[in-house]
Design a protein around this ligand. Sequence first.
Ligand code: SF4
Length: 61
Amino acid sequence: MKVKVIEEQCIGCGACGAICPEVFEVDGVSKVINDNISDDLKETVEEAIETCPTSAIEEIK
Ligand code: SF4
């Protein structure tokens, strides 16, 4: 699984980094720091995608 953050949509709220710090680092805007998300992190990343208030996180298919 891979995800990206649409920077223009990110408001830097920090939610994704709080939910899944293994994948998201938020410093002003969120940045993906893990390009190959393992299966055991998938559910947590999906939670971050659903929680993001601006729908700025997208799965790359
Ligand atoms: S949850 Fe969404 S808006 Fe908040 S920091 Fe993460 S990507 Fe940005």
